[in-house]
Write a protein that binds this ligand. Structure first.
Ligand SMILES: Cc1cc2nc3c(=O)[nH]c(=O)nc-3n(C[C@H](O)[C@H](O)[C@H](O)COP(=O)(O)OP(=O)(O)OC[C@H]3O[C@@H](n4cnc5c(N)ncnc54)[C@H](O)[C@@H]3O)c2cc1C
Ligand code: FES
Length: 253
């Protein structure tokens, strides 16, 4: 462990079998540290639901967050030292065993961002198109299909929203947010007004165009259209010889 006076403690976490090391801040999740160090480990939801980031602790102390349900990580797995990297914080130096992924897509560094809301339009009964302009940094490169995490006032947890447009060199980013009944994050997002400030981090996610030489099949419903719109716009931003099909299910049908 490294400690700097009253500053946050820093722990060294070793990933096996690769032997890579990363420094994890007190309170930072293992997944967040890996992503910010450019280490590609599997993940999906980043909130302890999908189990994609499962790993086994070989040495060290840690805290698994309450948000991990018995379904995402069963009790016998917990007893065997399994964790979900997205929902585990280190409490000492650690050694964990986790599969690392082949880097078959470009890696885009994760930034903490501040942005101004430019537009918020209700496009359907409960879906809002929200456009933000990054202020700090003024641009963040990302791949179509990825998502940002937004800070939500009075919530410790963030909420993920997918970019609905491919990267453009002006820091303008579009999101489609569905208002969920009793949903805190979606209510905050859907109530934003032009000029409001928002913050968060990103980009995250491994959904990206991989092979442009194949036909493509896209399937989505409701606001799930957002990353698909970005992918299709990205696909046709260059000559594309194949066929692309998009099956969309409206939540109102
Ligand atoms: C990778 C990723 C990308 C995402 N991209 C988008 C996006 O582009 N647009 C978008 O609108 N959302 C997106 N989401 C979902 C978003 O992050 C939030 O989960 C969603 O807005 C609900 O948050 P909330 O705080 O409003 O609801 P919460 O306060 O978390 O939940 C309130 C209640 O609603 C239920 N609930 C939560 N989500 C749903 C749902 N979808 N349908 C029905 N009931 C629900 C909960 O179980 C709970 O009972 C994405 C999620 C992930 C993991
Ligand atoms: S990324 Fe989904 S559970 Fe960790």
């Amino acid at each position: 462990m490294r400690s700097y006076g009253t500053e946050l403690a820093m722990y060294e976490v070793t990933l096996e079998p690769s032997g890579k090391n990363m420094v994890v801040k007190e309170g930072q999740t293992l997944l967040d540290a890996a992503i910010r160090n450019g280490i590609q480990i599997p993940y999906g939801c980043r909130h302890g639901s999908c189990s994609a980031c499962k790993a086994q602790v070989l040495e060290g102390d840690y805290q698994l967050m309450d948000r991990v349900s018995d379904y995402s990580l069963m009790s016998f797995e917990r007893e065997e030292g399994y964790i979900l990297a997205c929902s585990t914080v280190a409490e000492s130096d650690m050694v964990i065993e986790i599969e690392e992924e082949e880097a078959d897509t470009p890696f885009f560094p994760v930034y903490d961002f501040q942005a101004d809301v430019v537009e918020n339009v209700a496009c359907a009964a409960d879906i809002h198109k929200i456009i933000i302009k990054l202020s700090d940094p003024s641009e963040i490169n990302y791949a179509a299909g990825q998502f940002f995490e937004f800070d939500i006032p009075n919530l410790e947890d963030t909420r993920a929203y997918s970019m609905a447009n491919p990267f453009a060199m002006n820091g303008i980013i579009e999101f489609h947010v569905r208002r969920i009944k009793n949903g805190i994050g979606s209510a905050y997002m859907c109530n934003l007004a032009p000029g409001d400030k928002v913050s968060g981090s990103g980009p995250y996610g491994r959904m990206q165009l991989r092979n442009r030489n194949k036909d493509m099949l896209f399937v989505a419903g409701g606001s799930g259209m957002a990353p698909i719109k970005a992918l299709i716009e990205e696909l046709y931003s260059e000559p594309y010889e194949g066929n692309a099909y998009f099956f969309f299910r409206s939540p109102y049908s």
